[in-house]
Design a protein around this ligand. Structure first.
Ligand code: ARG
Length: 460
């Protein structure tokens, strides 16, 4: 059988392999709701501009509503022979209402239809991401509030560097996720233009009202150039780029959770809800969810890569290559959504192990910088010299296998005679973090102020 939708000039139907490679219905059925919304807007506009009669429009609306119900109930039969969601819906409409169905496609093409559907779909995805990232931020702010003065080692090179607070560490991620949300919002702003009415590529000679359909679909306005409207997918690329960066942030946090919940670190305990056991080693509690979140960036970035390569070098306007824009993007969207949900669950449930973190912060001479700063402040030494002297004191402590504040004053003075008893006031980790009061520093009071800032900023 030749195709009902475009088979006029064909005498033979497609080869089986042709149907296999050509059909997108298996994945673009996700666009059903968007496709129906687009058709309703188009139908209303066709009636309002007198291009179709009100009677035909009423039948079309009725038919589309029946189709929506069938899809919602799972009784709609999707057919590969009808290629894609657009033709599946239109064919069903014809079955339901007869000839009036054929008028819906006036002044429209699948090219502007698919571009519209995908934009509407990605817009919903962006809104979902925004809400999900915000939930994660709230979970992190909650931990920051509870642990504004919980001390842990801060790391550079994964070597103990200076003491920080767990709350400060959580808020670092809140900042990253805020930038992710800004990137997503930015993509949404550029995405929100309606391709509908660009038709196949050149626009249409019918007196359509593109402002009307744009408004009905919640777009800011119609896309200005019909060729661009049907042929670009940069709104997907931007979303995938922002999603990849967000997934990168998630993977860093996930990696920290993996490290922190090892027996060797023991900084946090992940809840049973997000851990698994081993079938052979009874002692194991594996952070599988964190590991999977860590890995998801692979396929999300993979989707970005795939679509960039598909779009690269494509001549204007629509080419069937662009049907390959959907599957990797859908997979990436689902993956990020799942990763965000899992991370939010893990963060909400995790229990920081205060004593272990404190002990770790106190080891590794983490207050050496505080000692050097004291030498600058109290003795007026240049920082470089203070750094050198501190190095010698650290070496001394290492020789004696003790912490900096366990050295005697006499031992300190053996390195620099002017060191006084006052030095001990800066060597505790509590003192170290409390002293970092510069804007953006880790002092508990700062963390509490930042928690307030975020609680406010994240209030709706
Ligand atoms: N299924 C197609 C896609 O996803 C819809 C557009 C088809 N347009 C065409 N001229 N064949 O890209």
């Amino acid at each position: 059988m030749t195709n009902r939708m475009w088979g006029g000039r064909f005498s033979a139907g497609p080869d089986e392999i042709m149907t296999e490679i050509n059909a997108s219905i298996d994945f673009d059925k996700r666009f059903a709701a968007q496709d129906i919304a687009g058709s309703l807007a188009h139908c209303d506009m066709l009636a309002a501009t007198g291009i179709i009669t009100d009677a035909d429009a009423a039948e079309i609306r009725q038919g589309l509503s029946t189709i929506q119900t069938e899809i919602d109930r799972g009784t709609f039969t999707f057919s590969r022979a009808l290629e894609d969601i657009h033709m599946n819906i239109e064919a069903r409409l014809a079955e339901l209402i007869g000839p009036a169905a054929g008028r819906l496609h006036t002044a429209r093409s699948r090219n502007d239809q698919v571009a519209t559907d995908f934009r509407l779909y990605v817009r919903d995805v962006l809104d979902t991401f925004d809400a999900q990232v915000k939930d994660l931020q709230l979970a992190l702010v909650g931990k920051a509030e509870a642990h504004a003065d919980t001390i842990m080692p801060g790391f550079t090179h994964l070597q103990s560097a200076q003491p920080v607070t767990f709350g400060h560490h959580c808020l670092a991620y809140v900042e990253m996720f805020a930038r992710d949300r800004a990137r997503l919002a930015d993509a949404r702003g550029r995405l929100n233009q309606s391709p509908l009415g660009a038709a196949a590529l050149a626009g249409t000679s019918f007196p359509i009202d593109r402002e009307m359909t744009a408004k009905a679909l919640g777009f800011d306005g119609p896309a200005r150039n019909s060729l661009d409207a049907v042929s670009d997918r940069d709104f997907v690329l931007e979303t995938l780029a922002a999603a990849s960066i967000c997934a990168t942030h998630l993977s860093r946090l996930a990696e920290e959770l993996v490290i922190w919940c090892t027996a060797q670190f023991g900084f946090v305990r992940l809840s049973d809800k997000f851990s698994t056991g081993s079938s052979i080693m009874p002692q194991k509690r594996n952070p599988d969810a964190a590991e999977l979140v860590r890995a998801k960036v692979g396929r999300i970035l993979g989707a970005l890569n795939a679509l960039i390569v598909v779009m690269k070098g494509l001549p204007l306007t629509y080419s069937k290559d662009m049907q390959e824009d959907k599957e990797p993007a859908f997979d990436a969207f689902d993956s990020l959504s799942l990763a965000l949900a899992a991370m939010t669950g893990m963060v909400s449930d995790l229990e920081p192990q205060k004593e272990t973190m404190h002990a770790a912060a106190s080891s590794g001479f983490a207050t050496a910088t505080d000692l050097a700063d004291w030498l600058v402040r109290a003795l007026g030494l240049p920082f470089r010299e203070a750094h050198h002297i501190t190095g010698s004191i650290v070496a001394l402590a290492e020789e004696n296998a003790c912490a900096l504040d366990q050295l005697s004053l006499a031992q300190m003075q053996s390195v620099h005679a002017s060191i006084s008893d006052d030095v001990f006031s800066v060597l505790s980790v509590e003192n170290s973090v409390a002293s970092r009061t510069c804007f953006g520093g880790t002092a508990p009071d700062n963390v509490r102020a930042q928690v307030k800032f975020w609680q406010n900023a994240l209030r709706d």
